[in-house]
Ligand binder design. Structure first.
Ligand SMILES: NC(=O)c1ccc[n+]([C@@H]2O[C@H](COP(=O)([O-])OP(=O)(O)OC[C@H]3O[C@@H](n4cnc5c(N)ncnc54)[C@H](OP(=O)(O)O)[C@@H]3O)[C@@H](O)[C@H]2O)c1
Length: 271
């Protein structure tokens, strides 16, 4: 893993000339501690009381999945960062289709992050919050029946009552964050923050992320650029109706390993 940006003062000067390496940093595997430092949530929080970061992977030609999953365009280093981002979060917010297609399981407690989480006042693992209108989810799965921290189901006030009961029977906590069948993205962020879950991480999918983008509540995007080309008609990382004016983000950092770029962008303007 090498850091390409920002370039620190400690970095040896890059020799001039056409053959000069564009990259600087150390080409070795980073410890989980180093990754956790690199991806720490801002200490000051955010103007809307929470910090919502997304973690997504995209192929070079913009595909967010291949054969219905993101694994074919991911890598071992991508999964290390995926795990690190989870370990830093209070809650992982994910769309129901991603849960169904990727076979989501509860987040694990990981020894490597235990002291860091305890010092940050966090429980052993983040809660998973599944966003769904239909609640057409298999509530017999371990995600609902045996998580370390109860799984949350974010839905609208008009969610099917029998499915709500089923979710609660399984041990999930149903949180209403919308007046109709669906969740209003801003209310989801607020409802989670109201439970003290302010370090928020969304893992998509694209339909859910598009709504966070459109609502203007996304603070940060951790985007892995995978050195793969897939062609086809896969979704991009964010879908749904386009925003009126593209939201502008600023580059915060870039790491590299095996041709994968691990970028991190932050919103430039406050909410
Ligand atoms: N490249 C990546 O980093 C990445 C990350 C995640 C996922 N993916 C891929 O993306 C695909 C799935 O993503 P997707 O965009 O189709 O689906 P998604 O965003 O994961 O889930 C869509 C579902 O979430 C629920 N939902 C979304 N917005 C809602 C709202 N406002 N209120 C209530 N419920 C809402 C609905 O569930 P109900 O139908 O239950 O009502 C909807 O059908 C998979 O192929 C997965 O592999 C890629």
């Amino acid at each position: 893993m090498r850091r390409l940006f920002p370039v620190t003062d400690q970095t040896p000067p890059v020799p001039a000339g056409p053959a000069a390496p564009a990259a600087v940093g150390e080409g070795r595997e980073w410890s989980l501690d180093e990754l956790a430092e690199a991806y720490a949530y801002p200490a000051a929080g955010a103007p809307h009381g929470a910090w919502l970061r997304a973690n997504m992977v995209s192929s070079l030609d913009g595909a967010a999945q291949h054969d219905g999953r993101s694994e074919p365009i991911s890598s071992a280093a991508d999964m290390r960062i995926f795990g690190t981002l989870r370990a830093l979060a209070d809650v992982v917010v994910v769309g129901a289709e991603t849960v169904r297609l990727e076979g989501y399981r509860p987040a694990r407690a990981r020894e490597a992050f235990a002291a860091r989480r305890a010092a940050a006042g966090q429980g052993p693992a983040p809660a998973i919050a599944v966003v769904s209108a239909s609640l057409d989810l298999d509530f017999s799965l371990p995600l609902f029946t045996s998580p370390l921290v109860p799984t949350l189901v974010l839905t609208g006030a008009a969610a099917p009552p029998d499915r709500v009961r089923e979710a609660e029977r399984a041990g999930a906590e149903v949180v209403v964050a919308g007046d109709g069948p669906g969740v209003e993205p801003g209310r989801a962020v607020e409802a989670l923050a109201g439970r003290g879950l302010t370090r928020q991480l969304t893992e998509g999918g694209p339909r859910l992320l598009g709504q966070f983008v459109a609502a203007g509540v996304l603070d940060e995007l951790c985007l892995t650029v995978s050195p793969t080309l897939t062609a086809g008609d896969a979704q991009r990382i964010a879908g749904g109706p386009a925003v009126a004016v593209p939201s502008r983000f600023a580059l915060a950092s870039v790491l590299e390993e095996d041709g994968f770029l691990f970028t991190r962008y932050r919103r430039t303007a406050p909410v």
